[in-house]
Ligand binder design. Structure first.
Ligand SMILES: Cc1cc2nc3c(=O)[nH]c(=O)nc-3n(C[C@H](O)[C@H](O)[C@H](O)COP(=O)(O)OP(=O)(O)OC[C@H]3O[C@@H](n4cnc5c(N)ncnc54)[C@H](O)[C@@H]3O)c2cc1C
Length: 526
C-alpha cells in the first residue's frame, strides 16, 4: 500500500470497472473524503487496450475473466463465451467502445417499476454531465464532461454502403443514434479520443489518480464483507500473498459488475438462503433476488464474402500498427463496428426491440475464427429479451461463477429473432451491396423457411457481452437494492454497476452503467 493509513476510508469501492472509475472520481473530488478503490485485476497497461480495432484480441488475455455459460438447452446444449474485463476500466477496457444510451422508454420503464427518480428526463442531465461531445444538440449532449464521445467523420466505404443498403430497405439515416430512435440507422458514437480508446479508466480515473485522498489497489480481490452489529463495515481483501481487512466509515460500494457482484454478496451471506446455506456460510440477509434476473442481448451473425482487399480483413499488419503508434492514423483507429441502427419486430411498437451492428470485416465466433479472404458481417440483436437467467457460485469454488443466461427460455425471444434475421438479411441483399457482395458465408446457404432460420439461430446465437440485472433495483421482495442503490435491509453496503438495472436497456450497456454511477455519486454526495 502506498499510503500508510489507507486501511480505513470513508468510501471503499470494490471494482474499478466502468462504474467504479466514475465513482472514484466523483467521491474523491472532496479532499476531506478518503476513498479506497480495489481492483482484482492488473493495471491497464496491456498494449492492445488503447488500440480500438484490437478489442477482440484482448479476449482470453490476462485482462479478461473469459467466463463461459452452462450448456444452453435451447441452443443445442452449446456453452456461450462471456468475456469480462479484469483490469482498471473493467469491461470498459476491453469493449467495443460503442456509446449508446438506450431509449427513453427504458428509463421511464425503470421508474414505472417503482423507482422514482430514475425516469429519462431526470437522468438526462447526468448523461450530459459525463459526456464531452462536439454535438450541437446541447439538450441531449454534454460538451464539457470528462468522457470523450465522438461520431467518426471518416468510416470504411463498406460502412457507408451499409447505410445506403439500409436506406434502400426503408430505414431513415439518422444523425444521432442516441436521440430515441425506434427505426433508423446511423454511425455509432464511440468513446475514442485521438484514435485511441477513451475508457472510463482513462476518462475518470487518470484525472483523479494524483489525489492524496484516493488510494487505488490493483491485484486486490475483495473476498467478502465484514460485519459489525448487522452493519457492513468493510471487506476482507486478498492482496496476492496476504489477506487484509479494509474498513469504510460511510459505505462499501460494490462495483464488481453483473457477474461478480452477486457472487460477492452471496459470499458475504446476502442472497437466497438455500444457496448460501449450500455454501456453508451463515445467512446474514435473505434476499432471494441476488443473482437472478440475469439478462443479456442475444445476437447472431450474418456474413458474406466480399472482393479481395475490400474490407478490414487483413488490415492488422505491422505497417498499420506502426502507423497507429506514431500518428494515431489508419484502420486500427476504428472500432470496426462503425455503423448500426434500430428497428421493431412489430410496426406498432413505440420503441425498438431489435438493434443492428454492421462491421466491414468477418466477425465470426467472437473473432476467434478468421476466415480467409474478405467479408462483411451484420448482426441482428434482440434488445428487449424476455428470458431471465441466473448467476450463482460454482459448487466447488465460490469465486467461480455458474452462469445460466437461459437464452430463448422465453420462446417469444426466438420468434422476434427470426424477424430480426429476415430484416437484417434483407439489408445485406439490398442493391447497394451488389458490387461488393459475393456468396453468403454465414449462413452458407440462403435459408428460406422459418424452421431453417430457427435451427440456424439455435446453432449460432451468442450473447453481446451485456449481462445486467442480477442485483435488481426495486421496491419488491425479489429486488436487491433500493432507489439509492442501498442493499435492502443492510446498512453500509451499496451496489453500483450494471447489475442494478431492473430491465436491460435497448442498446449497449456501458453508457447506462456510467449513468448509474453518476446517479449514485449524486445521491451519495447530496
Ligand atoms: C467484449 C465486450 C464488448 C462490449 N462492447 C460494448 C460496447 O461497445 N458498448 C457498450 O456500451 N458496452 C459494451 N460492453 C458492455 C460494457 O462494457 C459493460 O456493460 C460495462 O463495462 C459494465 O460495467 P460494470 O462497471 O458493471 O462492470 P465491469 O466494467 O465489468 O467492472 C467490474 C470490475 O470489478 C472488478 N471486480 C469484480 N469483482 C471484484 C472483487 N471481488 N474485488 C475487486 N475487484 C473486483 C473486475 O475485475 C472489473 O474490473 C462490452 C463488454 C464486453 C466484455
Amino acid at each position: 500500500m502506498s499510503k500508510s493509513d489507507s486501511l480505513y476510508a470513508d468510501y471503499l469501492i470494490v471494482g474499478a470497472g466502468s462504474a467504479g472509475c466514475v465513482l472514484a472520481y466523483r467521491l474523491s473530488a472532496d479532499p476531506s473524503r478518503k476513498v479506497i478503490l480495489l481492483e482484482a485485476g492488473i493495471r491497464d497497461w496491456h498494449p492492445l487496450i488503447k488500440i480500438p480495432a484490437a478489442f477482440s484480441k484482448l479476449y482470453r488475455s490476462g485482462v479478461d475473466y473469459a467466463h463461459h455459460s452452462v450448456a444452453q438447452p435451447e441452443l443445442f446444449g452449446r456453452s456461450l463465451f462471456i468475456p469480462r474485463g479484469r483490469t482498471l476500466g473493467g469491461s470498459g477496457a476491453i469493449n467495443a467502445m460503442i456509446y449508446i444510451r438506450g431509449h427513453r422508454d427504458d428509463y421511464d420503464g425503470w421508474a414505472a417499476m417503482g423507482n422514482p427518480g430514475w425516469g429519462y428526463e431526470e437522468l438526462l442531465p447526468l448523461f450530459r454531465k459525463s459526456e464531452r461531445s462536439a454535438s450541437t444538440n446541447t439538450h441531449l449532449h454534454g460538451l464539457d464532461g470528462l468522457w470523450n464521445i465522438e461520431t467518426p467523420l471518416t468510416i470504411h466505404p463498406l460502412s457507408r454502403i451499409f447505410l445506403e443498403a439500409a436506406q434502400q430497405t426503408g430505414y431513415p439515416i439518422v444523425d444521432d443514434l442516441n436521440d430515441n430512435v425506434a427505426h433508423g440507422v446511423g454511425i455509432h458514437p464511440v468513446n475514442i479520443q485521438n484514435g485511441a480508446r477513451h475508457s472510463p479508466a482513462h476518462a475518470f480515473l487518470r484525472p483523479a489518480m494524483h489525489r492524496a485522498n484516493l488510494s487505488i489497489l490493483t491485484g486486490a480481490r475483495a473476498l467478502h464483507a465484514l460485519w459489525e452489529s448487522g452493519k457492513v463495515t468493510g471487506v476482507d481483501v486478498n492482496l496476492g500473498r496476504r489477506t487484509r481487512s479494509i474498513y469504510a466509515t460511510e459505505s462499501v460500494i460494490l462495483c464488481g459488475g453483473a457477474i461478480e457482484s452477486p457472487l460477492f454478496l452471496m459470499r458475504s451471506g446476502i442472497g437466497d438462503p438455500e444457496i448460501i446455506r449450500g455454501m456453508q456460510i451463515p445467512v446474514r440477509r435473505a434476499l432471494s433476488g441476488v443473482g437472478r434476473n440475469l439478462q443479456d442481448h442475444p445476437v447472431v451473425p450474418i456474413a458474406y464474402r466480399t472482393h479481395k482487399g475490400s474490407s478490414f480483413d487483413g488490415e492488422d499488419t505491422l505497417a498499420n500498427l506502426i502507423r497507429w503508434w506514431w500518428k494515431r492514423e489508419g484502420p486500427l483507429c476504428s472500432n470496426l463496428c462503425e455503423t448500426g441502427g434500430f428497428t421493431r419486430s412489430q410496426d406498432d411498437l413505440r420503441a425498438p426491440d431489435l438493434q443492428y451492428h454492421f462491421a466491414p470485416i468477418f466477425f465470426v465466433d467472437h473473432g476467434f475464427v478468421r476466415p480467409k479472404g474478405n467479408g462483411i458481417s451484420l448482426a441482428p440483436i434482440l434488445v428487449q429479451p424476455q428470458s431471465r437467467g441466473i448467476v450463482s457460485p460454482a459448487p466447488n469454488d465460490h469465486f467461480v461463477p455458474w452462469i445460466d443466461p437461459a437464452v430463448y427460455s422465453n420462446s417469444s425471444d426466438l420468434e422476434k429473432m427470426v424477424v430480426g434475421f429476415h430484416k437484417a438479411r434483407a439489408i445485406m441483399e439490398a442493391p447497394a451491396f451488389d458490387g461488393w457482395r459475393l456468396e453468403p458465408y454465414l449462413p452458407s446457404v440462403f435459408l428460406q423457411s422459418d424452421p431453417e432460420v430457427v435451427e440456424y439461430l439455435r446453432r449460432n446465437t451468442e450473447l453481446l457481452y451485456h449481462p445486467v440485472g442480477t442485483c435488481r433495483m426495486g421496491p419488491d421482495e425479489d429486488s436487491v437494492v433500493d432507489t439509492e442503490l442501498r442493499v435492502h435491509g443492510v446498512d453500509g453496503l451499496r451496489v453500483v454497476d450494471a447489475s442494478i438495472m431492473p430491465n436491460i436497456t435497448r442498446g449497449n450497456t456501458q453508457a447506462p452503467t456510467v449513468l448509474i454511477a453518476e446517479k449514485a455519486a449524486e445521491l451519495m454526495l447530496r
